[in-house]
Design a protein around this ligand. Structure first.
Ligand SMILES: [Mg+2]
Length: 182
C-alpha cells in the first residue's frame, strides 16, 4: 500500500502557524488529493495541533473543523483516508508530535503500511522532512506555507537532511510522487 503523509497547514491550505479554525484549502489542493485517490495512494494527514494542549483550541472545535474540511473535500469528489492529530505541546513529552514517529506508526498499524515506501509532503523542514528521515520515507518539501523560509533562513534547523524533492506546491508534489512510485 502506497501512502502520502500530508501536513495540513501551510501544505494543503491555511496559515502555516495560524489557527486551524481559519483553514481553507489552497485552490490546487483538492486536485492533489483527487490524484492520490485515483492513483491508489493513501492520502493521510498528519497534523500537529499544540493549541489543543495549550487550551487555545478545544478537541470539539478541532473535530468540527476537520469534519467541515472532509465535507468540503467530499463535495468536490476527493477524500482523506485518515487524519491523525497530535494535540500535545512539547512540554507534554508525547511520542506523536512531528518530527516524532507516533502518528506515522499508528497509521502503519491501521493501514498495514510499509513506512519505508511512504512519502511525506510538508512545508516545514524541521518537522515534516525530519519525520520523513525518521521513518525512512521520501520527503517532499513544498514551497507554500513556511517552505521558502525552511529552505533558506531556517535551513540550519534540518541541515543534515536532504528532501527527496522540492515542489512548488502540493499538486506538484503529488505529481512527482505518482511518477516516482511507478
Ligand atoms: Mg505546515
Amino acid at each position: 500500500m502506497k501512502v502520502a503523509f500530508i501536513d495540513l497547514q501551510g501544505t494543503l491550505g491555511g496559515d502555516p502557524l495560524g489557527h486551524v479554525g481559519d483553514f481553507e484549502f489552497y485552490p490546487f489542493s483538492i486536485e492533489a488529493i483527487k490524484l492520490l485517490n485515483q492513483n491508489g495512494i493513501l492520502a493521510i494527514v498528519l497534523t500537529n495541533q499544540s493549541r489543543i494542549s495549550k487550551g487555545e483550541l478545544t478537541m470539539k472545535e478541532y473535530n468540527q473543523k476537520i469534519m467541515h474540511i472532509k465535507d468540503d473535500l467530499k463535495e468536490q469528489g476527493a477524500y482523506f483516508d485518515e487524519v491523525y492529530c497530535c494535540p500535545h505541546s512539547r512540554e507534554d513529552k508525547c511520542e506523536c508530535k512531528k518530527p516524532l514517529k507516533g502518528m506515522a506508526k499508528t497509521a502503519a498499524r491501521d493501514f498495514n503500511i510499509n513506512l519505508e515506501e511512504s512519502y511525506v509532503i510538508g512545508d516545514m523542514g524541521m518537522t515534516d522532512m525530519l519525520l520523513a528521515k525518521e521513518i525512512g520515507a521520501k520527503g517532499v518539501l513544498v514551497l507554500t506555507g513556511v517552505g521558502v523560509g525552511s529552505l533558506n533562513e531556517f535551513r540550519h534547523t534540518w541541515k543534515d537532511i536532504e528532501p527527496a524533492h522540492v515542489a512548488d506546491n502540493v499538486l506538484e508534489a503529488v505529481k512527482w510522487i505518482i511518477d516516482d512510485s511507478k
